[in-house]
Design a protein around this ligand. Sequence first.
Ligand code: BMA
Length: 328
Amino acid sequence: MPTIIGPLKSHPCMKRHPANPVLTAREVPYPATLIFNPGVTKYEGRYVMAFRNDYGSEQEKRLDGTNIGLAWSDDGVKWRVEPQPCFAMKDDEIQRVYDPRLIVIEGRCHMCFAVDTRHGCCGGIALTDDFRNFEVLSITTPDNRNLVLFPERIGGKYVRLERPFPVYSRGAGEHFDIWISDSPDLRYWGNSKLLLGAELVPFANAKIGPAAPPVRTPKGWLATFHAVDIDPSRGKNGWEASWKKRYTTGIMLLDLDDPRKVVGICADPILAPEAPYEVEGGFRNNAIFPCGMILEDSGETKLYYGAADTVVCLATADVGDLLKLCGC
Ligand code: BMA
């Protein structure tokens, strides 16, 4: 039996945007049903979002497939969706790609994504200059996902956070942790090391995983993560017959020169499901899943997240408040 976590609240420094949800399937000009888990970055002066689209029929509670859509914004709140999805992969082996995370490194946009294959779940990294053509640079072995790249090289190397699924060595249940690896070229990855064990997160009793790509601040890398707790007494909560999980968001600070060192971590979630679009009427209620964070020059951070695996939402906070939560 997992230790029951009980009620959780978002930290008051996080402000949900009044325009939430900032993007829904209604604004998508092609078949779209669930629009969520948005990777967002700034590219050539505009905000760009890659989002997961699970399409099917809401009425019939049926999903037929998944692709990745693209949207642009001048203010980070109002979005214009491109006429066609921008990325999908499907063949005899690969079933779908999803949960995109965008990041600009050395002026070029990179996208990390999850890949479901017939032989396991993998993490992919692709490069794009036009958001139409994507060059896949690397795909991990299974099982691994939730890859996020740091926006710059550190000590000459590219760095990523990731979340393997070590079923054998972690015993029964979903006790999965955050790892860190580096690469000379974004293709070959190594020097892998455990960064944060799920048991160190008081509001998780199951897995954790990287959320948005880390953001540079003068005090260190601000890194968000999702944390999952399971309560067997939870029942139907969304489309599925039974959904016993809750996804909250945590935050930690990593050393600027050596991100393998966790400098500080907040003992409470910064976001927990509370708003109506997070707790009711969705595919999987009680799921908050950030995939993008932007630090504005004003000190405002924008955190973009999927709510209830159904819509795209935005919450903001002052970066100074987030640093204080990490003890800095
Ligand atoms: C995770 C991923 C996410 C999803 C979340 C909540 O395992 O599949 O894409 O948002 O579960 O259902």
